[in-house]
Structure formats: C-alpha cells, structure tokens
Ligand binder design. Structure first.
Ligand SMILES: NC(=O)c1ccc[n+]([C@@H]2O[C@H](COP(=O)([O-])OP(=O)(O)OC[C@H]3O[C@@H](n4cnc5c(N)ncnc54)[C@H](OP(=O)(O)O)[C@@H]3O)[C@@H](O)[C@H]2O)c1
Length: 223
C-alpha cells in the first residue's frame, strides 16, 4: 500500500488531498493543528498527528512521528496568504513574520527532514506554491507579501531538489481553487482541482524534478 503524507490537511486543498488518497486506497498520514481537526482526519481514515508548522517543537515532534516512515509522497501544503494588499503597503513585523514563518521557515525545517524519507522510498516531495510566486510572469503587485513568501518557498524547494538521492521534488501551483484562501470566485471547485493535482503528481517524472509546475495542466511555469 502506498503512503502519502499531507502536511496541513484540516481544510481546503490539504483536506481534499487526504480524502481522495484515502478513497484511492493509500495509507495517509495527515497533520492538523487542532484536536477537532485531528479527530476529523482520523474519522476519514487518516493517521493524524498535530503539527503547527511554525512551532519548532511540533516540527521536531513530526520527526518523531515519522520515524522509520518511507512515504511514497510527501506534500507540504500548509500556507497562509496574509494581507490582501493591492499596492506596496509594507506589512507590520508581526504579519511579515507570520507569513514568512508559515510559508518559508517551515519549509526550511520540514523539507530537509522529509527528503531522506522520500529518498528511501524513491518517492515524490512536493511543496505547494503558487503561480503568484513567479517573478517573470508577474503583472501586478497584489498580495506582495504572499508573492515574496512563495517565491522564497520556490527557492527553498529548488535547493532541496539539488540534495536528493532519488526523490522527484517539485514546487506546484495547485490552480485557483474554491477554498477559504481561493474564495468563492475561483476557477475550480476543490474536488475537481485536487483530482487534476493528483493526476499531475502521479505523472511526474525525472524531467519534472526541481521544476515549478502548473499542477492543473501539468505544464512548467516560469520562475
Ligand atoms: N486555493 C487556491 O486557489 C490556491 C492557489 C495557489 C496556491 N495555494 C496554496 O495551496 C495551499 C493550500 O491552500 P488552500 O486554498 O487549501 O488554503 P486554506 O483553505 O486557507 O487552508 C490552508 C491550510 O494550511 C493550514 N495552515 C496554515 N497555517 C498553518 C500552520 N501554521 N501550521 C499548520 N498548518 C497551517 C491550515 O490549517 P488551519 O485550518 O489549522 O488553519 C489549512 O489546512 C497553500 O499553501 C496555498 O498557498 C492555494
């Protein structure tokens, strides 16, 4: 039985990834921050443990929970958007720290910990980024703190990809999906979007390694 690890599975894309992998017969290790969300994941058939990705203690605890695990797939999905700015409003320190710690520092702690595990399985290590990270494709400054954090996440993923023995590592844009973050006006509902994301992840090959990929259309994105 294949094993998937989904970090940030309480709601939105992460919850639907967990649900669909369980339905497909995978063993799913899933994380959430609250006891209620952990119970919900367990009721859905996941093995769940607490992980606030901004907590050093929880990140160390994740290493303990995952001892001896060799996941075929590990997805770092947890993320926050931060302020919905349209111009160049500087974030306050606390807001900056929250977004950067969630989207970047957590990746610098967790991805190096996960890499030997996916290496051991010859598996896939995925960071959920956003097309908003792309510097080359950028046409407006909306959400510039989020953009900066996801651009930094892409940099982290690329560095991680240079250290692997055998994993396929990729930063993915999950599409614009109807979640709390994506909003009701997004392109796709989360069920349909996650079906496409899973098809793309399943089809990733060595050619995709270290790349930034549109997971709805399985196409490379410009950094
Ligand atoms: N939806 C879109 O259109 C879209 C587009 C591009 C990229 N993305 C990316 O896709 C990923 C999932 O987004 P979504 O749309 O599903 O967002 P969402 O509905 O807002 O869900 C965010 C998820 O991240 C978790 N999370 C946030 N901070 C965390 C922390 N400190 N520790 C652990 N988990 C934390 C949340 O857990 P709690 O419930 O505990 O808060 C929740 O499970 C994010 O990385 C996002 O940037 C989404």
């Amino acid at each position: 039985m294949a094993t998937a690890l989904i970090i940030g599975a309480s709601r939105g894309i992460g919850a639907e990834l967990a649900r669909q992998y369980v339905a497909d017969g995978w063993r799913v290790l899933a994380t959430a921050r609250t006891e209620a969300d952990l119970q919900g994941l367990r009721h859905s058939g996941c093995e769940a443990f607490k992980l606030d990705v901004t907590s050093l203690t929880d990140c160390a605890g994740a290493g303990w929970h995952l001892d001896d695990e060799k996941p075929d797939l590990a997805i770092l999905n947890a993320g926050v958007y931060g302020p919905h700015t349209s111009g160049l409003q500087a974030p306050d320190q606390q807001t900056f720290d929250r977004v950067m710690q969630t989207n970047v520092l957590a990746a610098m702690r967790l991805l190096p910990m996960l890499l030997p595990m996916t290496d051991a399985a010859g598996g896939k290590l995925i960071a959920v980024s956003s097309v908003m990270a792309s510097i080359e494709m950028r046409q407006n400054s909306a959400g510039w703190l989020y953009r900066a954090s996801k651009a930094a996440l892409n940099s982290v993923l690329r560095d991680v990809s240079l250290q692997t023995q055998s994993s396929i590592c990729a930063a993915i844009h999950p599409g614009w999906l109807k979640t709390d973050m994506g909003g009701a006006g997004a392109d796709l509902d989360v069920t349909e979007g996650v079906q496409a994301i899973r098809r793309t992840i399943a089809a990733l090959t060595r050619e995709d390694h270290g790349q930034f990929i549109d997971a709805i259309h399985h196409q490379p994105l410009r950094w």
